[in-house]
Write a protein that binds this ligand. Structure first.
Ligand code: KG4
Length: 346
């Protein structure tokens, strides 16, 4: 089922990624190169470093993706398979770090221009939503989706693929950002999410009553900065009193405060929209305790839950290829003069 082949690249933050999808919607290759080690010592992603690392990595990652795809096709197909076999190039064009997006977009434009094939710009947030299709063939709108990453926190009503209504988003920090900042205050490494969730397993989520901001706001807005400040204040007070920090309890209680608000607002969104399907996307969707809380809530509500595979929660190009596959079928191409955008709604 090779025939149609769409190549995808993603460079919106600190992962350089490439994927290839065929005309039946099968991902033939899905390669991710993370730069995280270059950013970790600065405690966060440094935009200038991200751009430079994308430039260094992108051609190698793209070649690796082509090589990986060769293993999924018949020897006869492989003998004829080359860059010239591609039918379209897709690329994340927004939202993200502008200098990082520019690298993928310039690369995609160059390849599309040289091969004289169409280019398809993809919204990164739509990619995180589509990541739920991997391993969940049954997934279909109408549904409600929560997209939670280092840069975004939003709740979306998906009426149809490509038709989105954002119910609400964060008014300050993103969920992943809060995990990263709390981890930093606890002296843990970057990115903080995996450290917090690992520690939280040994802690008591009810030990410390951290605030559940906006839980009863009656809308779908989120606020994380007050929670972050409450955790940092708690840590500072304990240090001033020379008390030993209950690190596991702090991690578990912080995480529970986040989960409670996320899950309750999602429950309300499901009830109000009448949607019977829920899905989750973005880096924070890898959090095991959050996944479990959603499993419980969806079971209570009689709602079917889709979760992206763990490896597809963070940034990747497979999810970009899945969006591009739909756009290709609809003939929705970009004019090659398009620009990347740092900010963009779903
Ligand atoms: O989607 P992603 O890779 O990049 C963005 O587009 O932002 O998300 C990265 C974010 C980071 O803030 C990281 O701390 C968080 O996802 N994260 C987690 C977990 N794994 C990654 N947060 C909570 N629990 C996790 N297990």
């Amino acid at each position: 089922a090779v025939h149609t082949l769409i190549f995808a690249v993603e460079s919106s933050c600190d992962e350089t990624a490439a994927a290839l999808i065929d005309g039946a919607g099968n991902l033939l290759a899905d390669v991710v190169a993370s730069q995280i080690d270059f950013h970790a010592r600065f405690g966060g992603v440094v935009p200038e470093i991200a751009s430079r690392k994308h430039i260094e990595a992108i051609c190698g990652v793209a070649s690796e993706c082509m090589d990986a795809a060769r293993k999924h096709i018949t020897p006869r197909e492989a003998s004829m398979f080359s860059w010239k076999s591609l039918d379209a190039i897709s690329v994340t064009y927004a939202p993200g770090l502008l200098g990082a997006l520019v690298v993928g977009v310039a690369w995609a434009k160059g390849v599309a221009w040289a091969l004289e094939i169409p280019v398809i710009g993809v919204n990164h947030l739509e990619g995180h939503l589509y990541a739920n299709k991997i391993g969940n063939d049954w997934l279909k709108p109408p549904l409600v989706a929560s997209l939670v990453s280092g840069g975004n926190t939003l709740l979306v009503h998906v009426q149809a693929w490509g038709s989105y209504h954002t119910l609400g988003s964060t008014i300050d920090d993103a969920v992943g950002e809060a995990f990263d900042k709390v981890a930093k205050a606890l002296g843990l490494g970057y990115p903080g999410g995996p450290h917090i969730s690992r520690l939280a397993k040994q802690g008591n989520p009810r030990a410390i009553a951290f605030p559940r901001a906006m839980l009863h706001s009656g809308d779908y807005r989120f606020s994380l900065s007050g929670l972050k400040t409450a955790v940092i204040t708690y840590i500072n007070n304990a240090k001033q009193r020379h008390e030993e920090l209950p690190v596991a309890d702090i991690a578990a209680s912080f995480q529970q405060a986040v989960i409670d608000v996320q899950v309750e607002k999602s429950r309300t969104a499901l009830r109000e929209t009448g949607a019977k399907v829920f899905c989750l996307g973005g880096g924070v969707a890898a959090n095991p305790q959050l996944r479990r809380a959603y499993e419980e809530m969806c079971a209570e509500e009689g709602v079917r839950l889709a979760l992206p595979p763990l490896r597809s929660c963070g940034d990747n190009a497979g999810m970009i290829a899945l969006v591009a596959y739909d756009r290709y079928k609809q003939g929705k191409f970009f004019n090659i003069g398009f620009d990347p955008q740092a900010r963009c709604n779903l």
